[in-house]
Design a protein around this ligand. Structure first.
Ligand code: NAI
Length: 592
């Protein structure tokens, strides 16, 4: 991916660390009170020990009925709680029971968000212990509906809103946030929320949800997470006309005005929190997503999950599948259906990994094993002039082909990867063609949501007589075929980004390098065991995500140290143990 951005950056690499690029801030005097001159404004924050009623209202410290007798006496809680003293486990059981009563996913979502606002540790305990059940509640698909209705659901701020009104004052706005030691920021401008399009300011549900996963799955402390929504307007007419819409009531600012605001934000973030804060761009429209990574990749610690996280999780599935397919990546041929943000990002990371595996072979050379089809057919040299910038590297010498079936028959790929967003495109003929020249055809139907999947798990197994290795973007239930149960894998980005981000945090990394994405893929693939392979799985089960994240974090941190991009020194001897020891746990603490 560096290769794509390097050209846009005038040849600059993330490894070119210029002292000029470094600014102060971010360590001790985060809010600048000590450094402020008399004419500068400071924020009059005060901190006090919570007790009594205010302790019960403080979600970071509240334990509800789990306050012990001793704590009730010491912290003026007598009489404010009923007599019973509950364990955290019993509280968890009770809330899971009540959440399961709701049939409507959005009600479950609201119940979870209310819990987070009431008792943060209990919220994370639920999420960690019931991750497979609650992930679709706090994140996709339910979070999408929550964003659509965000204006009516939420009563309290869950993150920072930075709109065009705050232009010139963003540093001050950051200082209004009560937490000082921020390590991860997830920011959206709401322009392309999941598959739902422009939701403007209501996109806030996405950074909030992603950061909840950073904590639950990756172990980043909740107080170190900052959700941000940049509001430059919306082109969503329904929202503009909605009297309850919470954002700026104007069309989106674009061009210079847009990038000036983003630049002020990025500069303020670095000035306030220093070089080690991770900024994850989330659900930006394609053109801005690529542009922001190119602009800030060499000066800030930035990551885009839609581009880099997707590439890393899919590459991991491919690396793991080699155990079933045999050979190395270079021995296989890949055909993508869909050549957008996801397709080209994944393709580039595969090419990079192939080039690393085959010492000395250039990325230009390894790209030749990878073919892409877009809405106009196979991407070939004769179309080069009319292709968008990011598709050009994939134009190979071949006669034009304008449909997928003919492309499959001509290219004879080992792996067919769907990233077009168009459902039901891996037809019976296409899948049967894959099965005709592959012993184990690899079928990745990555388009979301489920209705847009290129084919279902059942179809993939049936049309290949149970020989397919199948993975999808949206989850599918296990399939019984010919007496055997197949468990389809889900190439869920949530496997990668929490561990990757945690690895950056624990090593104090100051830039994201492509090799770290490869390190994350390899660590995830390394967690797939023979028992998983026997069921046709190329991803480990999500239930062990904390262990998986620790391994990913350790591998990413190791890469940061190797590349000279880590600042937390000395390097711990056992990075897996170190990662595990740094992870946030949601168990209640005892109060004196
Ligand atoms: P995009 O809009 O950037 O790219 C779509 C591409 O598909 C474009 O190249 C377009 O030309 C092509 N296309 C559209 N219609 C076509 C047709 N009828 N025939 C052939 N090609 C066609 O979208 P993006 O962001 O790349 O996402 C694509 C899909 O991948 C979405 O459904 C998304 O949900 C899914 N995705 C899955 C992920 C996962 O499984 N972890 C992660 C990210 C995306």
């Amino acid at each position: 991916m560096e290769n794509i951005f390097k050209e846009k950056r005038g040849g600059e690499s993330v490894l070119d660390l210029s002292p000029k690029a470094t600014v102060g801030g971010g360590v001790e005097d985060v809010y600048g009170e000590d450094r402020a001159t008399e004419d500068q404004l400071v924020t009059p924050w005060t901190f006090s020990v919570a007790s009594g009623y205010s302790l019960l209202r403080d979600p970071h410290h509240n334990k509800g009925l789990a306050f012990t007798e001793k704590e009730r006496d010491a912290h003026y809680l007598r009489g404010l709680l009923p007599p019973v003293v509950s364990s955290q486990e019993l509280q968890e059981k009770k809330i899971m029971h009540s959440i399961r009563q709701y049939d409507v996913p959005l009600y479950k979502y609201v119940a979870m968000m209310e819990l987070e606002e009431r008792n943060e540790r209990l919220f994370y305990k639920l999420l960690i212990d019931n991750v497979e059940e609650l992930l679709p509640v706090v994140y996709t698909p339910t979070v999408g509906e929550a964003c659509q209705k965000y204006g009516s659901i939420f009563k309290r701020p869950q993150g920072l809103y930075i709109s065009l009104k705050e232009k010139g004052k963003i540093l001050e706005v950051l200082r209004n946030w009560p937490e000082r030691s921020i390590q991860v920021i997830v920011v959206t401008d709401g322009e392309r929320i999941l598959g739902l399009g422009d939701l403007g300011c209501q996109g806030m549900g996405i950074p909030v949800g992603k950061l909840a996963l950073y904590t639950a799955l990756g172990g980043v402390r909740p107080s170190a997470c900052l959700p941000v929504t940049i509001d430059v307007g919306t082109n969503n007419e329904t929202l503009l006309k909605d009297e309850f819409y919470i954002g700026l009531r104007q069309k989106r600012a674009t061009g210079q005005e847009y990038f000036d605001l983003l630049h002020e934000f990025m500069s303020a973030v670095k000035q306030n929190y220093g070089e080690k804060v991770l900024v994850q761009f989330e659900d930006f429209a394609n053109h801005n997503a690529f542009e922001l990574l190119a602009r800030y990749g060499t000066t800030h610690l930035v990551f885009n999950d839609d581009i880099q996280g997707t590439a890393s999780v899919v590459l991991s599935g491919l690396v793991a599948s080699l155990e079933l397919l045999g050979g190395t990546l270079a021995d296989h041929t890949f055909l993508f259906f869909g050549a957008g943000e996801a397709g080209t990002g994944i393709a580039e990371l595969i090419a990079l990994e192939m080039s690393k595996q085959a010492n000395g072979v250039s990325v230009e050379e390894t790209r030749k094993n990878i073919w892409l089809v877009d809405s106009k057919g196979l991407i070939v040299n004769s179309r080069k002039e009319s292709l968008q910038h990011f598709k050009k590297p994939w134009a190979h010498e071949h006669e034009p082909i304008n449909n997928l079936l003919d492309a499959v028959k001509a290219i004879k790929p080992t792996a067919l990867i769907g990233t077009s967003g168009v459902g039901k495109t891996f037809t019976k003929e296409v899948v049967e063609a894959m099965a005709s020249f592959n012993k184990r055809p690899l079928i990745m139907a990555l388009s979301n949501p489920t209705s847009q999947a290129e084919c279902t798990a059942e179809q993939a197994y049936e049309w290949t007589e149970g020989r397919a290795i199948f993975t999808s973007g949206s989850p599918f239930d296990p399939v019984k075929y010919d007496g055997k149960t197949f468990v389809p894998g889900q190439a869920n980005n949530a496997y990668i980004f929490p561990g990757l981000g945690f690895g950056l945090v624990i090593s104090g990394a100051i830039r994201v390098h492509d090799d770290m994405l490869l390190a994350a893929s390899e660590a995830l693939a390394g967690q797939v065991t023979q028992e998983h392979y026997d069921k046709g799985m190329i991803y480990p089960p999500f239930s062990s995500i904390r262990k998986i994240s620790a391994h990913i974090a350790a591998n990413v941190a190791a890469k940061a140290y190797d590349l000279g991009l880590a600042t937390r020194l000395p390097r711990p001897a056992d990075l897996v143990k170190y990662a595990e020891s740094c992870m946030y746990t949601p168990n209640y603490r005892s109060y004196r």
